[in-house]
Design a protein around this ligand. Structure first.
Ligand SMILES: Cc1cc2nc3c(=O)[nH]c(=O)nc-3n(C[C@H](O)[C@H](O)[C@H](O)COP(=O)(O)OP(=O)(O)OC[C@H]3O[C@@H](n4cnc5c(N)ncnc54)[C@H](O)[C@@H]3O)c2cc1C
Length: 351
């Protein structure tokens, strides 16, 4: 969120200093570990209509945002495929019931398509003989989060943004608007520290997610695939060059310790049941991060003072909704009011 916002403000001619507690790779960010799926219909089963509308906005905005970058960023809008094993049929029916209900609330969401036999084979050839039914959600997307973080950084450097790595800051380190003498103070402070902002946004909590990255040359999938699972939605997100992000657990905890054996077994066996070609894949990384989450699991903006704006609570939807949050923040900067915030039900706290 901080890199996207810095880019938009720098493009408007503002001088920006970006402070990050960690390094340029985004090592301290949920954004580095995420699968970066952009799946408003699939997520509508577990979130509010406003977040779904933000996700739809994001699907429209990402191509424009990425077109501004010099470096390549993989962006795909080829839908999501949902699979389930026979024993999870009941959970699958409940899940699809929720999607139907949400489509009635928001008819601009695309209709689910049932795929069986030849239609499933045409849609995802690699699943032939492994599954004989699936549900396809058209239009949904994903991007390569690490390519995006790098490309944003490259563009920020080119625009002259001053980058301060390994430089943790608190909002209280700044006195925005103080102009007397050569105070070196900014006009405005934006706090996009995710869980790092807990020092002053006390209601923030972490929701732990564990993710495995696998290089599997024997597997080719056309799009993110979700497997209905009794405890959390498991997905396989294919990035470029047969790299697969398999995730993610969802555990109410701030624990950032390495992934557990149980979670790793669950994720890997789920992937193997989707495609046996994962057996010979190579585990490139097993990572853990915590999603920055507010009590209602919804994002929010807080204007602590007229010159300090906090953007947080992006939870499990940071990539899906950050373009919408960006546009809300830019409206607030320009007009001290945001019609988009109302459209997306984003709460703007003041004072
Ligand atoms: C396992 C997992 C899977 C996910 N999958 C998806 C997905 O498929 N789709 C999707 O849309 N979203 C997904 N997300 C959610 C997404 O990653 C987050 O919502 C998003 O990264 C939040 O963005 P943010 O910028 O608010 O916080 P972060 O990405 O956490 O970035 C916070 C930044 O603040 C810095 N910082 C912290 N403290 C300080 C300080 N004191 N001073 C200076 N800098 C500081 C950090 O170093 C970091 O760079 C996933 C998250 C996880 C963990």
């Amino acid at each position: 969120m901080g890199r996207l916002l810095s880019l938009a403000l720098a493009q408007r001619g503002h001088a920006i200093d970006l402070y990050d507690a960690h390094g340029p790779q985004g090592d301290g960010a949920a954004a580095r570990v995420a699968a970066a799926m952009l799946a408003p219909l699939a997520e509508s089963a577990i979130t509010e209509p406003g977040v779904v509308r933000m996700g739809q906005h994001g699907l429209r905005r990402w191509p424009e945002l990425i077109a501004q970058l010099e470096q390549h960023v993989f962006l795909q809008q080829n839908g999501t495929l949902i699979l389930w094993h026979r024993q999870d049929q009941g959970d699958a029916a409940r899940f699809f019931g929720l999607l139907e209900k949400n489509r009635r609330i928001n008819p601009s969401l695309p209709a689910m398509q049932e795929k069986t036999g030849a239609a499933l084979h045409d849609c995802e050839p690699a699943l032939q003989g492994r599954f004989n039914q699936a549900v396809y959600l058209p239009g949904e997307g994903q991007l390569d989060n690490r390519q995006l973080l790098t490309a944003l950084l490259d563009k920020l450097s080119a625009l002259g943004v001053r980058l301060h790595w390994e430089s943790p800051r608190e909002v209280s380190d700044f006195r925005p608007g103080e102009t007397h003498g050569d105070s070196g103070q900014p006009d405005f402070v934006f706090d996009c520290r995710g869980l790092g902002a807990r020092t002053q946004w006390k209601q923030l909590r972490g929701i732990r997610g564990e993710v495995v990255r696998i290089h599997a040359p024997e597997v080719t999938l056309q799009r993110p695939t979700r497997l209905i699972h009794p405890r959390y939605p498991i997905y396989i997100a294919p990035k470029e060059d047969h790299l697969f992000v398999i995730g993610a657990t969802e555990i109410e905890s701030d624990d950032m310790s390495p992934a557990s054996v149980r979670s790793t077994l669950e994720l890997l066996s789920a992937a193997y049941t989707v495609h046996s070609g994962f057996a010979e894949g190579r585990i490139v990384e097993i990572a853990t991060q915590c999603r920055p989450t507010l009590p209602d699991n919804l994002p929010a903006v807080r204007l602590l003072t007229p010159r300090v704006m906090e953007v947080n609570g992006l939870y499990r939807h940071g990539f899906m909704i950050s373009p919408a949050m960006l546009d809300v923040v830019l409206e607030l900067v320009d007009h001290n009011d945001s019609p988009l915030a109302r459209e997306f039900d984003v709460v703007v706290h003041r004072g």
